[in-house]
Design a protein around this ligand. Structure first.
Ligand SMILES: OC[C@H]1O[C@H](O[C@H]2O[C@H](CO)[C@@H](O)[C@H](O)[C@H]2O)[C@H](O)[C@@H](O)[C@@H]1O
Length: 594
C-alpha cells in the first residue's frame, strides 16, 4: 500500500485513475439512465444445440458464398437428415481456409448429405374448407375485373396452407420447426412458418373467404404455443421461443366468434388468454409510470428474453454490434434487436436514438402506444368472453383493467398539441425499480402510423369530438400518400419506415375510422382503402404476386429496405385486400387501374 505513496509517478497515475474513474461513473450513469437501469439484464431462454450448430453453418456459408443474396435464415431452417453428432463431426472435418471458409462444392456436398431442404418439414396441406368460389363471397364487389382478381387472391390460401410433417413430431430434435397440432397459413417465401401477428390479418381474409375451419385451426395452433410456452411465440420455430409479437390472439378469437358464434372455442381459449395477459403484465414487460397528477399506471413494453444475435439473422446482428467496444454493450444491443423483433416493427427509427445508426436501438426503454392498445383490446375481449361463459368475477376484473389502461393511454400517450398518441421514452427517469415519473418532453413527437392505432378501439373511436381531431391530425400528418399510409416520415432505409406502407397499419387505421360511425371518417377510410387496393392490384398485375409491403409513394410500387429482400406471398396483404373489399366493395364503374 505504501508503494504508490513513495512512487514519484503516483500523483500523475493517481490523477489519471481518478479521471478515468470519474468518466466511467459519469458515462455509466448516463447509460444506465438512458437505458433505464441497464437493459442488458433480464431473463434468457435457453437455445438448443441444433440452433448453435446451424448458426455455425450459417457463418461458414457467409464466409464461403459472400454477402450477395445471402439469407442467414435459410440455414437455421434446414432440418437434419439424421442425428446432430454425425452432422457436426462431418462438418468439422471439412477443409477450411484461414478465414474459416470452405470450398463451395464441399459446403453444397455437406448440405446435400446431412440436411433436408428448408421448408420440407412444413408440408403443403389442402384446406378442406376451400372452394374456388365461396357462396356469398364479397357481395359488394360489382366490377368483374376486381371480382376475378379477388378470387385469385382468395385462391392463394391454397398455396400458403401448410401442416407440420409427421417427421417433426417423431424426431423434434432434428428440426427448428416446432410441432403444431393442425394446419396453419404462412406469410410466404422465406417466412415458412406461422407468425403470430400476421395471423390476425390472415384470419380476417379467411373470414371474408368463408374459410372458418382454417381460421380456427390457426388459432388452435397458437393456443398450443401458449400452453407449451406461456405466450404466443413470434413464430413457430425453436429460435423464436425467446420473444412474442404484438398480442392479437384474443382479437382473432373475437372475429371468429362474431362470424361463427363458436362458444366452445371461446371456452377452450379462455385459460390461455389469461396466461397471455399475465405474460404481458408481469416481469420485464411491466412498467409503472406515475403521471403528472401523481397517479400510477401499469403499462407494457416489448422486452425479449435474449441477449445474443438472433439466430435467423446472426451474421447481420454480429456485424451491427461489431463497432461496440464491450461484450456487455453488445449483449445490450442484441437484446434490443430481439425486442424490436418482438414489436413486429423490425426495424424502424421509431426505436432508435440516432436515426442513422441501428446500434442505437432502445426498444426496451420505450412504452409503445400500439402494444398498450393491443393489450387494452385484449382486456376488453377477455371481459366480453368472461361474460359469455358466465365468469362474472373475471368479467369485472378485466373490465376494471381495461378502464385503467384506457386512463393510462390518455394520461401517458395523448398529446393535445398534436392530437395524436405518442410513444413514451423512459429517459431521464428517476426510478429503476419503482414508478417512473412522467415528463412531457419524453413523448416522442416524431410521426408514425402507430400514433393513430388507438382509433381502432371503441373507447376512442366512439368519441365523436376526439375522432374529428385525430382524423384532421392524420390528414395533416404527411403519412397519407398516393398509395396508402406511410409507416413514418423518416426515409432511413429500415423497412418499418418511409416510404413503406404495411397492410396491418392500413387495416387498423381504416377500421378505426369506419368504426367511429362518422361520415367524414368513413369517406377518408374508403379513400385510403381504395388507394391500397389499387396499389396491390397494380403490383399483382405487374409481378404476378402479392407483396409483403408496398412503397406508398406511387401506385403499383413494392416496398424495400431492411435486412432481407422483399418477400411475396403474402398472408397479411391478401387478408387486408379481401377484408377491404368485403367492407367497401367495388362499384362496376370504379376504375381499378392506377
Ligand atoms: O428474419 C428477420 C425478421 O423477420 C420477421 O419480421 C418480419 O416478417 C414477419 C413475418 O411477416 C412480420 O411479422 C414482421 O413484422 C416483419 O418485420 C420476424 O418476425 C422477426 O422476428 C425476424 O427477426
Amino acid at each position: 500500500m505504501a508503494i504508490p505513496l513513495q512512487n514519484p509517478k503516483f500523483p500523475f497515475s493517481f490523477f489519471f485513475i481518478f479521471i478515468i474513474t470519474i468518466i466511467f461513473i459519469f458515462s455509466s450513469s448516463l447509460m444506465a439512465d438512458s437505458a433505464t437501469c441497464s437493459n442488458s439484464d433480464g431473463p434468457i431462454k435457453p437455445s438448443t444445440p441444433l440452433i448453435s450448430f446451424l448458426q455455425r453453418l450459417q457463418s461458414t456459408a457467409l464466409k464461403t458464398l459472400g454477402p450477395t443474396n445471402f439469407d442467414p435464415k435459410l440455414y437455421v431452417d434446414l432440418p437434419l437428415k439424421s442425428d446432430l453428432s454425425t452432422a457436426e463431426a462431418a462438418f468439422d472435418k471439412l477443409p477450411r481456409s484461414p478465414n474459416g471458409s470452405v470450398a463451395a462444392r464441399d459446403l453444397d456436398g455437406f448440405i446435400e448429405q446431412h440436411l433436408d431442404g428448408a421448408g420440407s418439414d412444413l408440408v403443403a396441406a389442402e384446406p378442406g374448407d376451400f372452394v374456388p368460389v365461396p357462396e356469398g363471397f364479397l357481395p359488394k364487389v360489382k366490377s368483374k375485373e376486381v371480382r376475378a382478381w379477388a378470387l385469385e387472391v382468395h385462391s392463394l390460401w391454397k398455396n400458403l396452407s401448410r401442416k407440420v410433417s409427421d417427421e417433426v413430431k417423431g424426431r423434434p430434435g432434428l428440426h427448428t420447426l416446432l410441432p403444431l397440432p393442425g394446419r396453419v397459413v404462412i406469410p410466404g417465401s422465406r417466412f415458412r412458418e406461422v407468425y403470430y401477428w400476421d395471423s390476425y390479418w390472415v384470419i380476417r381474409g379467411l373470414l371474408a373467404s368463408k374459410m372458418y375451419e382454417t381460421a380456427k385451426s390457426i388459432v388452435n395452433n397458437l393456443l398450443s404455443l401458449v400452453n407449451e410456452h406461456g405466450f404466443v411465440l413470434n413464430g413457430a420455430r425453436a429460435y423464436y421461443t425467446n420473444r412474442s409479437q404484438p398480442p392479437l390472439l384474443s382479437a382473432m378469437i373475437l372475429e371468429i366468434y362474431k362470424r361463427t358464434g363458436d362458444l366452445a372455442l371461446v371456452k377452450r381459449a379462455f385459460p390461455s388468454l389469461l396466461k397471455e395477459h399475465h405474460f404481458w403484465n408481469s416481469g420485464i414487460h411491466k412498467v409503472v409510470i406515475q403521471d403528472a397528477e401523481g397517479c400510477n399506471h401499469v403499462m407494457s413494453r416489448y422486452y425479449a428474453m435474449w441477449n445474443k444475435p438472433r439466430p435467423e439473422s446472426a451474421t447481420i446482428d454480429e456485424e451491427t454490434a461489431s463497432k461496440l467496444p464491450s461484450a456487455s454493450l453488445k449483449e445490450q444491443l442484441y437484446r434490443e434487436l430481439a425486442s424490436t423483433a418482438e414489436s413486429g416493427w423490425d426495424f424502424s427509427t421509431r426505436w432508435m436514438r440516432n436515426a442513422s445508426d441501428l446500434a442505437t436501438l432502445a426498444t426496451t426503454s420505450i412504452i409503445p402506444v400500439d402494444l398498450n392498445v393491443y393489450i387494452l383490446q385484449m382486456e376488453l375481449n377477455i371481459a366480453f368472453f368472461a361474460r359469455l361463459i358466465g365468469d362474472h368475477s373475471a368479467a369485472e376484473k378485466f373490465s376494471a383493467a381495461s378502464q385503467a389502461r384506457h386512463a393510462a393511454i390518455n394520461s401517458i400517450f395523448w398529446n393535445a398539441k398534436m392530437d395524436q398518441w405518442l410513444d413514451y421514452w423512459l429517459i431521464n427517469s428517476n426510478s429503476c425499480k419503482g414508478a417512473h415519473s412522467w415528463q412531457g418532453q419524453n413523448q416522442n413527437e416524431n410521426i408514425f402510423a402507430s400514433n393513430f392505432i388507438p382509433l381502432w378501439i371503441e373507447f376512442f373511436n366512439s368519441d365523436g369530438a376526439l375522432v374529428k381531431k385525430v382524423t384532421k391530425s392524420l390528414q395533416n400528418s404527411g403519412l397519407l400518400r398516393d398509395a396508402g399510409i406511410a409507416t413514418s416520415l423518416s426515409n432511413s432505409g429500415q423497412q418499418w419506415d418511409f416510404p413503406n406502407g404495411w397492410a396491418p397499419m392500413q387495416h387498423m387505421i381504416v377500421e378505426g375510422l369506419v368504426r367511429s360511425g362518422s361520415k367524414e371518417a368513413r369517406i377518408l377510410a374508403e379513400d385510403i382503402a381504395v388507394k391500397w387496393i389499387r396499389t396491390n392490384y397494380a403490383a399483382y398485375k405487374k409481378t404476378g404476386a402479392m407483396h409483403e409491403k408496398y412503397d406508398v409513394e406511387a401506385c403499383g410500387k413494392t416496398g424495400g429496405g431492411g435486412e432481407y429482400v422483399p418477400q411475396t406471398g403474402f398472408g397479411w396483404s391478401n387478408g387486408v385486400v379481401l377484408a377491404f373489399l368485403e367492407e367497401f366493395g367495388w362499384p362496376q364503374d370504379r376504375e381499378i387501374g392506377c
